[in-house]
Design a protein around this ligand. Sequence first.
Ligand SMILES: [Fe+2]
Ligand SMILES: [Fe+2]
Length: 160
Amino acid sequence: MSDAKISVTFEQDHDRLDALFHSFQEQKRKDFAKAKEAFVEFKIGLQRHIVWEEDVLFPKWEENSGMAEGGPTQVMRTEHQMIGQCLEAIHEKVQAQNPDSDREEQRLVEILKSHNMKEERILYPSIDQVISEAERAELYQAMKEIPEERYRTCCGSGHA
Ligand SMILES: [Fe+2]
Ligand SMILES: [Fe+2]
């Protein structure tokens, strides 16, 4: 991923996460163990994605654009909190082996859809515009260095 534009890498990660969530939804009333596997991978992946954005990407964009308070990254951070709450609501049902999380799933899908669209159409292209290639390499390096404990929590164990 180290040479790709930020917009390409992050859009691909959105798509990968969408597919995992879809597989959870597809499987949960057929093979719960399989569905749970997909959910755990989705949850950890989404948490990693959000940490990448909040700890690495957004601060860089705020620094280079001079826009922090009241800017788009602040809106994205608020939405991440809502996303996190929806994620936990589904997580609780998965832990209880309860597949009846359709309402919570629908809410998460709705928020994610508009959130990801805003990032893909506005924020990521703008980040690609304000950073140099050297800065981009630094961002990828910083993403790699984030300790797994920051995002690798699911189903009570602290591990997948
Ligand atoms: Fe985001
Ligand atoms: Fe994102």
